[in-house]
Write a protein that binds this ligand. Structure first.
Ligand code: PMP
Length: 286
């Protein structure tokens, strides 16, 4: 049984409770982060802590925990649950004032709810899925307009994942005004020659923590990076494609809407970036 963290306390998962009036439960009024663990250490903890603070700020939500304390909670969960490879899920909601109302409760009297738990994923770095590569379908992006805030409103991305499964594929890329925004739970990239193309930052996509690191490492490896939007048609004609996320690192894409990319196998650039990313992030893990 896992040990989880709820509002300042570590406890067995079956003893952890949250109010039925919690605004995270009633209104998806909450934000989250997912940090990966490799070799028992946290990957890019700083990046996740900074984005968490930004998400909270954008929603006028109080940050209930200092960064150093949050790091200690992460480390303690890794230790207590003996995680070598896996994920730490963190969620902060606006809490519960014991009733339901659209207006926010008074932050002076209503404490945010904070929950963290681990997900053990042995073999995450050496994933068979990455060796196969992902098959993608495209779907319309009908999410709200502030996708740069990492909220727990994940119903449409979940539906997208199910649409992909139903079509015999692994994931979906979302398209708005003819251009790819991002994957259901990852950022999207195409590769043309030595150039990596990924959508520019804005409110239309989540500013991936893995995206920052991968683009930095790509530039350091003398690859060219272009931050602009692209269409599904351009992606289908690209040499390669891939996605990035904290939970899947760099994931090659081998097919989009039934069209095989290149040879239909994971591309050279994607595989190289995956290797560099995992190596470098292991070295910098805390
Ligand atoms: N976009 C979306 C919509 C996501 O849900 C995620 C993963 N949470 C990402 C991009 C990738 O972000 P990160 O690299 O920080 O995991």
């Amino acid at each position: 049984m896992r040990t989880v963290y709820v509002n300042g306390q570590f406890m067995p998962e079956n003893e952890a409770t949250v109010s039925i009036f919690d605004r995270g439960f009633l209104m998806a009024d909450g934000v989250y982060e997912v940090t990966s663990v490799l070799g028992g250490k946290l990957i890019d903890f700083d990046g996740h802590a900074v984005r968490l603070a930004r998400s909270l700020g954008e929603l006028d939500m109080r940050n209930p925990i200092a960064k150093e304390d949050l790091l200690e909670v992460h480390r303690e969960l890794v230790r207590l649950n003996e995680i070598d490879e896996g994920l730490i899920y963190l969620q902060i909601t606006r809490g519960s004032d014991g009733d339901r109302d659209f207006a926010f409760p008074d932050p002076e009297t209503t404490e945010p709810t904070i929950v963290l738990f681990t997900q053990n994923k042995p073999g995450m770095a050496d994933s068979p899925a990455a060796k196969r590569g992902a098959k993608i379908i495209s779907i319309e992006d009908i999410r709200w307009g502030r996708r740069d805030i990492k909220t727990v409103q994940l119903l449409y991305p979940s539906m997208g994942k199910m649409m992909a499964k139903k079509a015999g594929c692994d994931d979906a890329w979302m398209v708005e005004d003819g251009m790819v925004t991002e994957g259901t739970s990852n950022n999207a990239y195409i590769v043309k020659g030595n150039k990596i193309i990924t959508r520019h930052l804005g409110t239309e996509i989540l500013h991936g923590i893995t995206r920052v690191a991968v683009l930095r490492l790509a530039r350091e490896a003398q690859m060219e990076v272009e931050e602009r939007s692209f269409s599904i048609e351009e992606a289908q004609e690209a040499d390669e494609a891939f996605t990035t996320s904290a939970s899947a690192f760099v994931m090659p894409v081998v097919e989009i809407d039934g069209v095989a990319l290149g040879e239909g196998v994971p591309g050279r650039v994607a595989m190289r970036l995956r290797e560099i990313y995992i190596d470098e992030m292991r070295k910098a893990a805390v």
